[in-house]
Design a protein around this ligand. Structure first.
Ligand code: AMP
Length: 445
């Protein structure tokens, strides 16, 4: 099946998409005037019943790209009566499931649509009760869904549309077996839409098994320039230096809200506690926290009462809070893909964002690998008064470096402190931006 409408809809707004009036009204109420590129390309094809393999980033409007056709499907009654879902969206994390559920409610506000999420951490009795009532759109994480399916509490025989959101992440998180087990139990007649930030081998293989003659849509790949996100790199000599840099950044007037990434849950807890004791409105979020605590933290972030979230990769996945002005990689990620997901937490919905990474001399290869993945160079910057002592990556290959890879990174032509960038903070404030910077923090509580 083909659709000839995609080219027309790219520039002419939502009205030209063949969506029902109540959906168009809800889109208008959400304040959207033009479809994003992924919406313009995917919606008409999905409405025509085509299976899609879409590569696009979070922040690109991908949720509406699958949710709008899903809702359109619900405007017509199903020929088979029953309580089972007609749409199933699988997400890697609970947070993303919550976002998707909210999106379904936003875009489906003028339709009578029952949406629920089935995610780990939610009490079974409540989940069981809700499932009995019946649901149109089910948003689920694979593990809990499979539990509920195996317990016979979910009837998927009416399923018409299966969406795999952030499929690459689901594979990374080891959900491959669960995905296969779930898909084996859904009707073969279903339509399937697969969304992934990258279209690497594992995804293509999965798509081959799950999709029928899919149309490939590549909108925002990892290589897309995050033009609204200013990416910077600070060399940090040691932990003390990292902490001083962090404090300076958090105290800067540009900082509205930040997500700070650490590599371990323990480090997230410790850093959040430290920031809190320094007077910042800070909290940690990671996989060891129960769902209630995570929801509570996320709500505070959305309301803007929480200024600094210290998080691990998995926990922060899918967070869509428009006030996030800064993403700070206190520790670099171990995968280049995660870097893209991390920085995508800022610059949401067309805003500008700042992504700052701290690196030491041993991070040479990780930084290189990120730059290769994004095909972008990260600008090396320094804060006046907090310049690093080390000479960045310009020395001979660091210990443990692979032979042949000794090309210097970032071509530091002088002390990084003399470069453009964060030094500007000090100029603007008229004072050094280090620890000595007066505590005018609006973030202190
Ligand atoms: P997503 O990539 O689905 O996580 O969406 C990122 C953000 O973009 C969300 O805050 C959406 O509400 C917003 N958004 C999605 N589609 C549009 C649109 N067509 N116009 C403006 N904002 C949008």
């Amino acid at each position: 099946m083909t659709a000839g409408t995609a080219a027309v809809t790219t520039t002419s707004g939502f009205d030209t998409l063949a969506l029902a009036a109540p959906i168009l009204e809800a889109i208008k109420a959400a304040g959207y005037t033009e479809p994003t590129p992924v919406q313009a390309r995917a919606v008409p094809e999905a409405l025509n019943g085509r299976d899609l393999l879409v590569s696009s980033q979070t922040g690109s409007g991908k949720t509406a790209a699958f949710m709008l056709p899903a809702l359109q499907l619900l405007t017509k009654p199903h020929e088979k009566s029953g309580r089972g879902p007609r749409i199933l969206v699988l997400t890697p994390t609970r947070e993303l499931a919550v976002q998707v559920t909210k999106a379904a409610e936003t875009y489906g506000r003028n339709l009578r649509v029952k949406t629920m999420s089935v995610v780990g951490g939610m009490p079974y009795p409540l989940q069981n009760r809700l499932l009995k009532i019946g649901v149109d759109i089910l948003v689920a994480t694979p593990g809990r869904l499979l539990d509920q399916m195996n317990a016979g509490r979910i009837d998927l025989s009416r399923l018409q549309l299966l969406v795999l959101d952030e499929a690459d992440r689901m594979l990374d998180m080891g959900f491959k077996d669960e995905l296969e087990a779930i898909v084996a139990k859904v009707p073969k007649t279903r339509q399937t839409l697969l969304f992934s930030a990258t279209l690497e081998q594992g995804i293509v293989k999965l798509a081959g098994a799950l999709l029928k003659d899919p149309l490939r849509i590549a909108v925002d790949t990892a290589q897309t320039r995050h033009e609204n996100i200013s990416q910077r790199l600070h060399f940090a000599d040691d932990m003390g230096h990292k902490n001083r840099l962090l404090e300076s950044i958090l105290n800067n007037a540009d900082m509205l809200q930040a997500i700070v990434f650490t590599s371990t849950k323990r480090a997230a807890d410790q850093l959040a506690q430290e920031l809190h004791s320094q007077g910042h409105s800070a909290a940690a979020m990671h996989g060891d926290m129960n769902q209630r605590a995570r929801n509570h933290t996320l709500q505070a972030l959305r309301r803007g009462t929480l200024k600094v979230l210290v998080a691990t990769d998995v926990a922060a996945r899918g967070i869509d809070v428009q006030g996030i002005s800064h993403v700070i990689n206190y520790d670099l990620p171990t995968q280049a893909e995660d870097y893209v997901h991390r920085i995508g937490r800022t610059g949401r919905a067309g805003r500008n964002g700042i992504a700052i990474s701290f690196a030491n001399v041993r991070d040479h290869y990780m930084v290189k690998s990120i730059e290769r993945f994004t095909t972008q160079k990260i600008e090396v910057t320094a804060i006046a008064g907090l310049e690093p002592k080390m000479r960045a990556f310009s020395k001979p290959a660091p210990r443990g470096a692979r032979p042949g890879g000794g090309k210097s990174y970032g071509k530091p032509s002088g002390a990084p402190g003399r470069r453009e960038g964060f030094g500007g903070y000090a100029k603007r404030d008229g004072r050094p931006a280090g620890r000595s910077a007066a505590r005018t923090s609006p973030y202190s509580k």
